[in-house]
Design a protein around this ligand. Structure first.
Ligand code: THU
Length: 155
């Protein structure tokens, strides 16, 4: 038997320390929370993806009365980019969330299904840096695979 430890590097920034190169994508993720349709959870999630072209595309969660039909913000952004900018690599994704009280204080992290979906874009195009916004602190993780070790893959 051997034991292996899998590590995940997380960079933590205070809001005022956020690198200038991440500001636009974080601002877009925050802005996208206002396009969320979340009458059931009242938890508005926004996501922004920086493409290799320099374009930033956004998505937000879109809920449904049949709850499992809901689409998360991260996949809404990723699938929009995949459908409308086919073949263009994703470089970074930022995620933010707000309630009626304002932006979440702590970083918001993608659910397992979104991690799995994003992982496939990463396998096609290379590492996607993940920026998890919270009003109190921001986490930056080098890639989606860091967030999902030992993930399913068939290729
Ligand atoms: N949600 C996202 O948009 N992204 C995630 O990674 C997790 C959860 C949404 C789904 C639902 O509309 C609301 O947040 C509450 O779960």
């Amino acid at each position: 038997m051997t034991e292996k430890e899998i590590r995940c590097l997380v960079r933590e920034y205070a809001p005022e320390e956020l690198p200038s190169g991440l500001k636009a994508i974080v601002d877009k993720a925050k802005e996208m929370t206002s396009t969320s349709y979340a009458p059931y959870s009242r938890f508005r999630v926004g996501a922004a993806i920086l493409l290799e072209s320099g374009e930033i595309v956004g998505g937000s969660n879109q809920e449904n009365a049949a709850f499992p039909a809901t689409m998360c913000a991260e996949r809404s952004a990723a699938f929009w980019a995949g459908a409308n900018r086919p073949g263009v690599a994703f470089r970074k994704i930022a995620i933010a969330a707000a309630t009626d009280e304002g932006f979440q204080q702590q970083p918001i992290s993608p659910c397992g299904t979104c991690r799995q979906a994003l992982l496939e874009y990463e396998k096609r195009f290379g590492p996607i840096e993940v920026v998890l916004y919270g009003a109190a602190r921001i986490f930056v993780v080098p890639s989606v695979s860091d967030l999902m070790p030992l993930s399913f893959t068939e290729f």
